[in-house]
Design a protein around this ligand. Sequence first.
Ligand code: HAM
Length: 426
Amino acid sequence: MTEPSQFQAPVGTHDVLAPASSQWEGLVATFADWAHRYGFSLVITPVFEDAGVFNRGFGETSDVARKEMYVFEDRGQRTYALRPEGTAPVVRAFIQHQPTTPFKAWYFTPAFRYERPQAGRYRQHHQVGVEALGTDDPALDVEVITLAQRFFEALGLKRFRLLINSMGHAECRGAYVELLRAHLEGNAGELCDEHQKTWRENPLRVLDCKNPACVAVTARGPMLIDHLCDDCRAHFETVRAGLSRLGVASELSPRLVRGFDYYTRTTFEFVADALDGAQNAIGGGGRYDGLVEQLGGKPTGGIGFGSGVERLLLTLEAEGAPSLLSRSLEVFVVDTTGENAAGPLLDRLRQAGVASDRAYDQRSMKAQMKVADKSGARLALLIGPQELSGGEVTIRDLRSADHEQHQRRVLDQDVVSTVLQLLQAK
Ligand code: HAM
């Protein structure tokens, strides 16, 4: 036994090892496939950015900007932040490189937020997501939301719902915020402790509060959806009609206010019924038609979503969905020649596309067979002194009850083709 390491993964972070990691591989491959079908290309941006990229876009009252960012000064006294999300970096890159529009990008990224860790909430989580920039056409909203829906379906998720709302654009939202502020002013004494102090700074946050006191006060108050301007209302209606035309059910959720100030018009969240209510969002997003300008670019429409990989995997497990990917070894080579005959044989197998492995350190036949049995491989290839002198290899089926009954010797030159045939025959 080795001593346990004194180092552990930091609080709120996780190591992902096999076999769990094959679920991750399957999930990301599924997302890449669906993003590609919708015309999105992979984008990779640095994991840290000038802190201003996030501070400017999120708004001063967003929890993420206020208290959750990992901000640090580097040795050159620049103030950077580890990315807490994927949207602002893509927008920064869009402004910097000025690609042709519409610019449709997908990503798989870690995101860092100093939150109180609990089931489904971590300090480093991972998102798959998309951002589409260059148009405010509601057809794009429908596409982005439908992509999320189809991706969740492809994963095998069954019990999830799409909640949708409109945040309006700067003007109609501004007018609504004044109405809400007036309502809260008259009822401030009834709000939760935190919002009694902070409702004035950003009254919209009170709508997002789960505390029953805040829910009761806001339920009696005005809702943004009833105060949209004609253009924003028409946009929202077109999006909802477009979704229902594709058979994507959406629930109007007038209290849905997301955690970043950059949202305009369409906002949405997917929630999983199998997860605990507090952390049941498996994805969220919306339009951010002012963000490019806020970060120094020309006025440009944009919309996207991000979806938490850990939460998706928790949901799949809770729903008992089938595995996304089974990544098992196909062949295990047992070499007792003492001459590393396994090396060249493995090289040929691997070049032929066969997932194959071996034991090391010249262990006994018995010890190597034990590892082969544990490895999950379907076939063992045995090469001992006898096989070596005859120019042959023994192929053994490890999945049959009586291994030795199910073995045969083949000429070394035929071994790769025989293995391929046996693996295909499954
Ligand atoms: P968000 O709602 O903050 O939006 O995060 C997106 C998803 O990431 C959530 O629905 C959830 O599944 C997952 N998530 C967020 N925080 C955590 C956490 N601490 N632990 C585990 N999972 C978490 C955004 O980040 C926006 N950038 C989405 C977007 C893209 N909007 C437009 N484009």
